[in-house]
Design a binder for this molecule. Structure first.
Ligand code: GLV
Ligand code: MN
Ligand code: MN
Length: 477
């Protein structure tokens, strides 16, 4: 049994009624997870009748729901009314509802919808076989009790940006696709970016088949239960070969934009920025094994209590991260037998650690493991440490990044801030295979992976405009 069970095996786990109404705000949530006035029906486009310029004689392109309407429709899916957080785990009912929403958005705009061999969703404008496609999108799954913006902002903005381009009468010279990459957060199977890793060949089919959730359900079993064929999962080089550029818009998960100096109209930073790099990061599982015994009758000197070594290791992680200028977090724990009156036999803790460079990250994790072994020895505890995943530093392609900067400078008349991040993204995984870039939308508090994650409506709409500008620059020249 584990203490943290983000997803049940039932295909209905996490499902919320999609009523289309905005749920009541919980006590501990921010102003609101949704965007102000989300239900209002104003369109994000210019309001002028869009002229169809995608091809001769095809008539008017279907207009999709506005950004605010899409946001309102997606909002209730997988939202826990008690915490206000989202529980959209891979291949559960909430995930299925998000996928249905994506397909509806694609179809309502007349885009060609498909899922790839790894269960990632695609909505195509133009012929994919033409090659040099411009792709944008993000993910719709969440961490346990995640915020509304991490992932969905990128997907919703992608559809809204396409609508904006159509409203501008943009002439597409390249195929354009919008994606929803599956299982980005890794909340259920422990490995982040499963959909993009599989596609890029960074996760083998064999290794993917070994992934299991807290209930012992394997990834292929979960895919099958959700109606997907797991037998074809694996690298998809043909698909990647057809893509010329991937751009992911994402809510910022820090306050660099809010603190940036160049000044918006309000003089309080920039609404949109461009990503420079992603810190190297990884997840390590620490298994501390001791001896289960009675909490009331076992003398302190007779105990082999793995909780003690675990607790000391948590403190060591904080200390080592501080010393190195890195970050280290034990955010998930499983205890066996997990009884209030029993000394545990097993404490399993997952370390997430990240640093600006590889050498620093290695130093921090090595020091934490060394300290853990010393504490374990002292208490007669057996310790196993397993690296479950690792993503090296990602430096986004300079040419594409500079192109984004030039497009946005031309449109706004200002330099757009370029910033690094400690958060992982599908764009980072794909960057080893195709040119990728990211846009960040200001997050006033910097809070993320929490129901309090937030971005202002105006900033989100500025993000849509910036994404439309970028896509126009890349796909309409
Ligand atoms: C994904 O959001 C990660 O950085 O963990
Ligand atoms: Mn995330
Ligand atoms: Mn994300």
């Amino acid at each position: 049994m584990t203490a943290d069970r983000p997803a049940a095996s039932s295909s209905n786990a996490g499902r919320a009624e999609n009523t289309g109404t905005v749920p009541a705000r919980p006590g501990n949530s921010p102003a609101r997870p949704a965007i102000e006035d989300e239900a209002r029906s104003a369109e994000t486009g210019s309001g002028a009748e869009p002229q169809f310029r995608e091809g001769a004689g095809l008539g008017k392109p279907p207009a999709g729901p506005s950004f605010l309407q899409m946001w309102a429709d997606l909002g209730p899916i997988g939202r826990n009314p008690e915490t206000g957080g989202y529980r959209r785990y891979a291949w559960t009912g909430a995930d299925a509802d998000c996928r249905t929403w994506f397909q509806e958005q694609a179809e309502s705009r007349g885009l060609a919808y498909e899922t790839d061999r790894n269960g990632n969703q695609w909505a195509w404008l133009g012929d994919p076989s033409q090659g040099d496609a411009v792709v944008t999108g993000s993910h719709l799954d969440s961490v346990p009790d995640g915020g509304a913006f991490d992932g969905p902002l990128g997907v919703v903005s992608s559809f809204a940006a396409l609508d904006e381009l159509r409203a501008r009468g943009a002439r597409f010279t390249k195929p354009l696709a919008i994606t929803n990459f599956g299982d980005e957060e890794g909340a259920r199977f422990g490995l982040a970016c499963v959909g993009s890793r599989l596609t890029a060949g960074k996760l083998t089919r064999e290794a993917a088949y070994e992934l299991r959730d807290a209930d012992g359900v394997s990834l292929p079993q979960a895919m099958e239960a959700a109606g997907y064929d797991p037998s074809t999962i694996g690298a998809d080089p043909e698909r990647l070969a057809r893509i010329g550029a991937f751009v992911e818009l994402h809510v910022e998960q820090g306050r660099a934009l809010a603190l940036s100096g160049s000044g918006s109209a309000a003089g309080s930073g920039d609404a949109v920025g461009i990503a420079s790099a992603i810190w190297p990061h990884g997840r390590w599982r620490f298994d501390f094994r001791g001896e289960a015994n009675h909490a009331g009758t076992t003398r302190l000197v007779d105990r082999r209590d793995p909780m003690l070594s675990y607790a000391e290791t948590v403190l060591a992680a904080r200390r080592e991260a501080e010393l190195a200028g890195a970050v280290a977090t034990f955010g998930k724990i499983a205890v066996e037998p997990n009884g209030v009156n029993a000394i545990p036999s097993l404490v399993r803790g997952w370390l997430d650690s990240r640093a600006a460079d590889q050498a620093t990250l290695d130093t921090v994790v090595t020091a934490i493991e060394k300290a853990a072994r010393e504490y374990a020895d002292r208490h007669g505890i057996d310790l196993d440490v397993v690296r479950e995943s690792f993503t090296p530093v990602v430096e986004f392609e300079h040419a594409l990044r500079d192109e984004l900067g030039a497009v946005l400078r031309e449109r706004t008349g200002r330099e757009v801030p370029v910033l690094g991040t400690g958060a992982g993204h599908d764009a980072g995984i794909l960057s080893g295979s195709i040119p990728t870039a990211m846009l960040f939308v200001r997050n006033p508090t910097g809070v993320s992976h929490s129901p309090a994650e937030h971005a202002a409506e105006d900033d989100c709409l500025a993000g849509v405009q910036a994404l439309a500008d970028v896509l126009e620059g890349l796909a309409c020249r």
